[in-house]
Design a protein. Structure first.
Length: 390
């Protein structure tokens, strides 16, 4: 097949797929503006070779060709109209987009119960769009991402520990680097929205208990922590420990506060490290090992101790809060928001949010036990990152 003719026909196939998907209203055709390389041929043998391929596609019923009316015998074709997208796809040795979409949709439908966001993915594909640069032909990438999340969820139920990403990747795929190429779809599946912005790789992996380099959990406050080998007061301004080594509290703090962002944690740790309180950095969405440690700490103190969370006033911040609220509730405590109300945000720091984002914030705020706060944020119509308020 002539290379220039193939490029023209593949371009026409893309246009035809868009028309078939309903995202293009005009008829699928190539005009002179699309055919510069063909019209620029100066060698008669090259021109003949290109036209032989085009004529072959025409004979199969894929396209129709319009000749130069001023030179119908020796001139160039001036227009190529698509007659049948499926025939053209077969002529090019490809499956039509609709076939890719149907197969991909069928494969993902079985997972909609656990990952409803896949319906958004399929809808995006149906409109000829992509999600994180992935289309229907990348369905196996999504299936592998689902497999990673399921594997990590099963591990979390058994022992709630973190494992090195390459160790997990080797176990699952016999390829130590495969999971690292699945971070984008894993992130979408975890956040539950195709519109959520991409998160840093360590945060995505950490949420399901994977890490490249395990990081200690940072804590601050004038309290005594029970650890596997030592029971001691926290150093000032903060201290860091492996999650599994933290067993509980030997003293009763006046409050426990989780903090989503590192800058805010450092600021509060320096300011309040001498108070009888416990501050804990979540590092974004906390890992299964972190959550198990958090449950041990809360289970070791009276239910009268106030438990707070200070996070971003955005979709991600409230999703983290909802996750923490589940842990807090299971230990007999109640999670309260700290500085997460629209009234806490100065006017110049407000970022207008879409209606969809606000709806999801309300959903997660309700899941956190804060329905009134969710309504306040929807009414306010904006989001803000925690660092702006520190």
């Amino acid at each position: 097949m002539d290379a220039i003719a193939q490029q023209l026909l593949e371009k026409l196939l893309v246009i035809g797929n868009k028309a078939a998907a309903g995202v293009r209203s005009r008829a699928a055709a190539l005009t002179a503006a699309h055919m510069a390389d063909y019209h620029g041929l100066r060698s008669l043998p090259q021109k003949s070779l290109c036209e032989t391929t085009l004529l072959a596609a025409g004979r199969q019923g894929a396209i129709s060709l319009t000749k130069d009316k001023h030179n119908p015998e020796g001139g160039f074709f001036q227009r190529i109209d698509l007659l049948d997208v499926e025939i053209l796809a077969r002529f090019l040795g490809q499956a039509p987009y609709s076939s890719h979409l149907a197969l991909a949709s069928q494969q993902l439908n079985d997972h909609l119960g656990n990952h409803p966001v896949l319906s958004e993915v399929i809808q995006k594909w149906a409109a000829m769009g992509k999600v994180r640069s992935l289309g229907p032909s990348d369905v196996q990438t999504w299936l592998n991402a689902i497999r990673v999340i399921s594997f990590c969820a099963e591990r979390a139920i058994k022992d709630a520990i973190s494992i090195p990403i390459r160790e997990a990747s080797a176990k699952l795929f016999n390829n130590s680097k495969r999971i690292e190429r699945l971070v984008a779809p894993v992130d979408v599946l975890l956040q539950g929205s195709i519109e959520s912005p991409p998160r840093p790789i360590p945060e995505v992996l950490g949420e399901i208990g994977l890490f490249r380099e395990e990081q200690p959990i940072l804590m601050a406050g004038n309290v005594t922590i029970i650890r596997t080998r030592l029971t001691a007061q926290l150093d000032a301004p903060y201290a860091g420990f492996a999650a599994y080594s933290v067993l509980g509290l030997a003293s009763t703090p006046t409050l426990v506060m989780t903090i989503e962002n590192l800058t805010t944690f450092h600021s509060e740790a320096k300011r309040r490290c001498d108070e009888p309180i416990l501050l804990i950095y979540t590092a974004g969405m906390p890992s299964p090992a972190w959550r198990a440690m958090y449950a041990r700490l809360l289970s070791s103190i009276p239910s009268t101790v106030s438990i707070f969370h200070w996070g971003d006033i955005d979709e991600g911040g409230f999703r983290i809060a909802a996750t923490l609220a589940n842990v807090v509730l299971a230990t007999g405590h109640t999670l309260k928001p700290f500085a997460m109300s629209p009234t806490d945000v100065p006017l110049g720091m407000q970022n207008k949010a879409s209606a969809r984002t606000l709806d999801r914030i309300r959903h997660f705020a309700t899941a956190s036990g804060w329905p009134e706060l969710g309504d306040e944020i929807v009414d306010a119509g904006f989001t803000v990152e925690q660092e702006s308020l520190a």
